[in-house]
Design a protein around this ligand. Structure first.
Ligand code: SER
Length: 339
């Protein structure tokens, strides 16, 4: 008998760390972790299997389904927004072709198993592209369908993969004699704001100035914040990001009115983050040194997003507002980490 498992791609990344710890502590899920780098030693005992491999490797994905019955896929592997701009075509291959490989695996598995594999996909505020600062300040809370003109390769990839997920969920091989087969996958996506974790620092994102400021201050390292003090984005702590993934995975399909949901916790300007960090770490050596190109990317993302659909359809609400996020979680945990 093949073992029923939860497959997590990009397992070694920021969200992977939080999600694997949560699933191991709170469920009896058999976790199969996949990443291009060897899995962090602290995560290994929490997984049934960990595999070093590439989501572009079709043979590897083929072997995965020989050995495991995949019930849910958390497809977290991705090249983030800043990194993707240094080699957009490679980013496209990983972000889009990699996702396509997993969607195909999921739809085939759904047909074999006679029940839908759940495909949980983290999208991003990078899927938005607001043309001017004036528009951004007047935009208010962006709904999922607003401003869908991303300016980064990563944002284009995320927006397109949201559509691919909808296609594989509802229209896959629609002209086949059997209408593409009755059993399709169950695609659900969350658009995350900038994420902040006490345990890990992100690699290659453009909302990273928030977490980087905090971690640098705690480590006693100098940090140049690459956006203007007035730059505002929505943020969320990792515990809430994991909560959102778990909630969306668990909700009955008939409660979902859309494929893609915004979630958010609080919006802060870089100056506000700076003030909070300086209060907690008065020795912090942080300056503002604007990188015009990265600034443009952040300027195209909304100041806040409307997550009322998630609140209504699957009872989403964050556990951490700004005060609780920094004072009860981030600052104490980051202090402990670098002491
Ligand atoms: N935080 C991510 C980034 O900056 C967006 O999803 O790339």
């Amino acid at each position: 008998m093949r073992q029923k498992v939860v497959l997590i791609t990009g397992a070694n990344g920021e969200i992977g760390h939080g999600l694997i710890q949560h699933l191991a502590e709170n469920t009896d899920a058999n976790i199969v972790a996949l990443d291009v780098t060897p899995l962090d030693k602290c995560l290994r005992p929490l997984c049934s299997t960990y595999i070093v491999g590439d989501i572009l490797d079709q043979m590897l994905l083929g072997r995965l389904v020989v050995e495991h019955e995949i019930a849910t896929i958390y497809h977290l592997a991705s090249i983030l927004s800043t990194k993707a701009e240094y080699n957009p075509e490679t980013a496209h291959r990983i972000n889009v072709e990699g996702t396509l490989n997993l969607l195909r695996l999921a739809v085939e598995q759904s047909q074999w198993q006679g029940q839908s594999v759940k495909f949980i996909y983290p999208s991003s505020i990078a899927a938005y592209g607001i043309p001017t600062l004036k528009d951004k300040s007047e935009a208010g809370s962006a709904k999922e369908e607003d401003w869908n003109y991303p300016t980064t390769m990563y944002g284009c990839n995320k927006l397109y993969c949201e559509h691919l997920g909808r296609y594989y969920n509802s229209h896959y091989r629609q002209l086949a004699a059997d209408g593409g087969g009755s059993q399709t996958l169950d695609f659900r996506a969350i658009r995350f704001p900038g994420l902040i974790s006490a345990e890990t620092v992100p690699t290659g994102g453009t909302s990273d100035y928030g977490p980087e400021m905090l971690h640098a201050a705690a480590k006693g390292e100098e940090y140049n914040c690459f956006v203007r003090p007035d730059t505002t984005l929505p943020f969320m702590v990792m515990a809430d990001a994991v909560k959102a993934l778990i909630f969306l995975e668990a909700v009955p399909k008939n409660r979902l009115s859309q494929y893609v949901y915004n979630v958010t916790s609080f919006s802060l300007s870089a100056q506000e983050i700076f003030d909070i960090v300086l209060k907690a770490f008065p020795q912090a050596n942080i300056h503002f040194a604007v990188d015009d190109n990265r600034q443009k990317i952040v300027d195209s993302w909304p100041e806040c997003v409307d997550d009322s659909a998630a609140r209504q359809d699957w009872d989403w609400q964050p556990d951490y507002n700004c005060e609780r996020a920094f004072n009860k979680y981030l600052i104490p945990a980051i202090r402990r980490r670098y002491e």
